[in-house]
Ligand binder design. Structure first.
Ligand code: NDP
Length: 352
């Protein structure tokens, strides 16, 4: 692997190499301008962008690269477009794996996983061979948790903790729904968690959530919701019937209203994920899918969403949170799905 951008010998303003796959797609179009403008790593860090596409997406990525050039962002050091994974991941410090095979008509889950295995296996191997020593990987392309598992399995020299999958959009959607319901600013809400798989079986959990009031005191979110909705029983009902389905099915709602899938919000969540991983979380935890080491009885090796904090060097799981019976049951359902996906990709020979 190549050199690291955290090397002491390098000045803090050495360019950081960021690879984006699927750069010609919708999310890529919303993501690249924010990365290049400094929104992800800050205004002091020059960015070297490497856009990786498949041949059918190459022209679109090249067009996006022309527009990026025209923005004249002071933070944009260079842009390269390639269809070659070795070149795309060469020296990369941050890899955003956005391009994935969407589910086509009549495609079974096994077909989808096999098609994505053919993308994420070789990409993991190329990251292993060509990326910088400190590479950090975020998988956005679905099924994100299992795609990250496949990529990691093909990168034996990269610590598994560097392969993550995105549940930050689910997390942000949960914060936004809570803020709208309570009629408070999003930043006053903290300690909300998404557990498990990034799928309809995800587990939005507000049981440890806090609301900062105008006087600075924090109260439990459940208490604030009970005041708003008329009692604890109403909160339970709202969580079951409104909040959890709304967050889990928000993607479908966006498609119905907008006429195409969410792209800018997915891109914003990817920026948030890397921003907090590299720069550290503030006073609240966030949610990210990372490799399990067994916390909360989640099978070691599975890539599951957890409550996480970062000090800038890596994600740490918030430990010892008490889980209600209801939340535990939902996590177990989400875990069953993750195990099935893992077993399927194992049976297809995509991981050992
Ligand atoms: P998008 O840019 O809209 O989506 C890309 C991936 O992100 C999909 O897997 C999509 O999953 C996933 N995703 C995750 N979260 C969200 C969300 N909240 N909303 C929508 N999507 C989400 O897809 P496009 O078709 O516009 O672009 C894909 C690009 O990837 C194409 O340019 C294609 O050429 C490229 N590609 C590149 C590959 C490579 O570099 N090797 C391999 C395969 C494709 P879902 O399908 O579930 O919506």
């Amino acid at each position: 692997m190549g050199s690291s951008w955290f090397d002491d010998s390098m000045s803090p303003s050495s360019p950081v190499t960021v690879t984006v796959t699927g750069a010609g797609g919708q999310i890529g179009y919303a993501l690249l301008f924010r990365i290049a403008s400094g929104a992800m790593l800050g205004p002091e860090i020059p960015i070297r962008l490497q856009l990786l596409e498949i041949p059918t997406g190459q022209k679109a990525a090249e067009g996006t690269a022309l527009e990026l050039q025209d923005c004249a962002f002071p933070t944009l050091d260079s842009i390269a477009v390639t269809t070659d994974a070795a070149a795309g991941f060469n020296g990369t410090n941050i890899a955003l794996l956005v391009g994935a095979r969407p589910r086509g008509p009549g495609m079974e889950r096994g077909d989808l996983l096999q098609a994505n295995g053919a993308i994420f296996g070789p990409q993991g191997a190329a990251i292993n061979d060509y990326a910088a020593d400190d590479v950090k990987v975020l998988v956005v392309g679905n099924p994100a948790n299992t795609n990250a598992l496949i990529a990691s399995a093909h990168a034996p020299d990269v610590p598994a903790s560097r392969f993550t999958a995105m549940t930050r959009l689910d997390h942000n959607r949960a914060l936004a729904q809570l803020a709208a319901t309570l009629n408070v600013p999003v930043y006053s809400i903290s300690n909300v968690t998404i557990w498990g798989n990034h799928s309809a079986a995800q587990v939005p959990d507000i049981s440890h959530g806090l609301l900062r009031q105008p006087d600075g005191n924090k109260i439990p979110l459940v208490q604030a919701l009970a005041q708003k909705l008329g009692g604890t029983a109403s909160v339970e009902q709202w969580l079951e019937e409104v909040f959890i389905p709304r967050v889990a099915k928000r993607g479908a709602e966006i498609i119905e209203v907008r006429g195409s899938s969410s792209a800018a919000s997915a891109a914003a969540a990817a920026v948030d994920h890397i921003h907090d991983w590299v720069g550290g979380t503030a006073d609240s935890w966030t949610s990210a899918a990372i490799v399990s080491e067994g916390s909360y009885d989640i099978d070691p090796g599975l890539i599951s969403s957890f409550p996480v904090r970062s000090t800038g060097s890596g994600w740490q799981i918030e430990q010892d949170l008490e889980l209600s019976t209801g939340v535990r049951a939902r996590i177990d359902t989400s875990l069953r799905e993750l195990r099935e996906e893992r077993d399927l990709v194992r049976s297809l020979g995509l991981i050992s």
